[in-house]
Design a binder for this molecule. Sequence first.
Ligand SMILES: C[S@@+](CC[C@H](N)C(=O)[O-])C[C@H]1O[C@@H](n2cnc3c(N)ncnc32)[C@H](O)[C@@H]1O
Length: 881
Amino acid sequence: MVIEREETTLPRNTSHVLGGGKGSRGMDLSECADDDVENEENSPSSKEAGRQRERVDSRSIWKTSLCSYFRRPPGGVCRHGKDCRFAHGEAELRPRHDNSWDPTSERAKKLLKTNNGYAKSVVPDEDEDEDDAVDLIALDKCLIGLPKKWASENLKSFLGSQEISYVTAKKKKGMTVGFVSFEDAEQVKNAIEVLRENPLNCKQVKVADANCGQQKKNQMMKIAMCTSSTANGSILAYGDDVTVDTPNTEGIVTKTKAVCDVVTPLGRMPYKDQLDHKRNSLSQTLKRLTRNARKACPGCVSLPEWVLKSREIGGLPCKFEGILESPIIDGYRNKCEFSVGCSLEGKQTVGFMLGNFRNGVTAVEEPHNCPNISRLSCKYARLFQDFIQSSELPVWNRIDNSGFWRQFTVREGRCFSQVAHESVGIDIAEVMLIVQVCSLHYEEEQIRREFNRMTQALVHGAAACSPPLPLTTVLVQDHRGISNVAPANCPLITLQLPMVDDICGSGVICTTEARIHDCICNLRFSISPTAFFQVNTLAAERLYSLAGDWGDLTPDTILFDICCGTGTIGLTLAHRVGMVVGIEMNETAVSDANRNAEINGIKNCRFICGKAEDVMGSILNEYLDAPQHHGVVSDDKGISNVPNVENETNKVFHKEDLQDDTGASSEVSTADPINEMLPCVEDNLTEEISDSQNNVDGDLEQLLTVSDNSSGITGNCAAECIATKLNQESRDTRDGGCDISNNIVNFKHNLESFILEENTVTNIAVHQFKRVVVIVDPPRVGLHPIVIKALRTHPCIRRLVYISCNPETLMANAIELCTPTADKTEKGKGNIGWRKMSNAGLARNRVKSMPSSEAFRPIKAVGVDLFPHTPHCEMVMLLER
Ligand SMILES: C[S@@+](CC[C@H](N)C(=O)[O-])C[C@H]1O[C@@H](n2cnc3c(N)ncnc32)[C@H](O)[C@@H]1O
């Protein structure tokens, strides 16, 4: 009997095993199965063999799984022979380092039957980490690697076709994961084996534990560990260390990863070590820029100087200035999006998911030990959790997309007096709560009742805290889609809050406008519920001023702020430049940006709504290529869009229009048009308008009020605009010989739209700007190739500051911006195989079709730590040419 032989032979070989390290015992056991070993033990060849075995033993996965040729009788022939790392038969098989056996082996089956070894019965795929181990006792599994287009029916018929028995099978379209529950361990084992043997469309379908938050207490649980992949993989090691083994009441080992280690995997390192870790990771990413640029550089072009010099600085593409640390390390997040779901114990919970849905993990645990979350946010999460536990409506179930309560977001705001303290968590002035629900299938009346109960619970709970928690607004977002991220146009409803006497001494909580405020660089920012705002305000302040310093900004600079959000970068740097042009695709954020300009009295910024890839070319053309002036047109929401070539506003500033009366030449003005035109306007006003003064006054007054309230234009500026338009209008009227009052309707229309156009910035002659600086701050996916091409091929752009929350995509974009091009462009590979290409590979491919243009040079790079305790880090890189 195999097991008996192991037991008797183990002590005999222990001495030679010890040097072999972790997991080497099994190797000895299998070797001892061979009777000849004992006789040959002292021969030189056997010593050498022993040494070799020891070396082999250090590979902990050696012979711990059966080779597939030997797994199913009758045994086959493996071409790897003795070198095969899998066991050729039961006799060669070793236990794994956790003492479990390959579950497809006879001894594992036997152990399972006698029910002695269930806590150790795990089935890792040979090629996988121990973290992917599957628990045979837990019967809820997820299958990973299914076709996205499959629904539950497809999964069921696939399982049927493979003769895999199961109890239930569920699959959402659009996901690669399906959920299957089995009746017993035998069914699980069979499914694992069959799926391992029969790849689906040449791809292995993996089986993992589905941690759905509903496991029975007496089941062993093992989380398919969510590990962050980093350059050197050290985070995985940290993750491993913190996995806890908790015996439950039945004495069975429960293996879970703490939520704080999922959300903040670096949280257990001293902050200094975290920074070292990030510095190392950023430096590896930077080196890949050099390597890829070298690879992508066309053969007919010499390597750029920065690539050649990189050898002197360890392969870095430029000077790497390390990492700026965050001024605040704990509780820094001003926005927390909590999931709502069931914990591992089946309790309705508000917190964070223990892993990734794609890996079958849907259990949610409370956020209290996550060091990046403020105490205030944790308190609100607990208040909301207490409420949903008593709610008539169910929490969201991610597997079958049912339920009501989905997500709970806490956004914190500060006012000026609190900024100086640098102590987030106690100085929060405003709190916005956003509750995401799915109202489908629920009665309106019931929903209303629950919302009332919810606001009562939140308001009274906040008031009962010591000190009372601020609460500014509560919103509900009704999101009926499958994905966790609600679309931008998903409706938001502001809820009326009940009055509470003792909150903040005011006696009343009112339903204020749904926005939150924060301060950066002495400016106040008003932020809509869904607009982006950096989550670590104090560190963001450092980031923005660094970007400004690297931009080397001067009053004769025009600054393009690409992906500007609520205007933070452009507005905080506006005082250092002549003009800021911001581009942002989120309409609400653009409105916020305009509003923020107004709140802070900043007049030299213009924010344009559109996807950068759609508008970039025309905007560069308008500001950098147009010979004289640029014009602006607006949509009916007051949001500037890319101008038409022939737009109304341009006409206003043509000198010929102004000088008609004096008979002067019709050349186009190149100076500040508003200043130039004012004297003419005044003259014309007195001369032409006096007769209609009374009528016009009333209308103007009304329009001024409208303009002031709706478009945010300042009184003086509005007056200037009106006067200008009036001047033109009156001239037109006079020339046409009509009564001015007949034109007033038309005039009002033009005036209103003009005021909207002039929302923030007056038209400025572009040629005043000698320098062009671009700051980009794209989302994680990086810049669109069209934007990269526009920046790269515009010769006026000499300086580019790239801010990135994902150094990986920065590196890829920098390959395209910094690799020299050949005179003749090659045809790129097109889209063939792009799915399998890395970001860098795609970038190298695109370089081939980049039009011939001067490449940028990386000048310097630095990390700015906006996300302590997590592996994430902002990176800033300066590019010049
Ligand atoms: C990382 S945020 C930066 C925002 C802003 N610079 C800040 O620091 O507050 C990226 C912004 O880019 C916007 N965005 C994403 N894709 C875009 C695109 N294709 N064109 C323009 N803006 C985009 C997002 O809406 C978001 O506001």
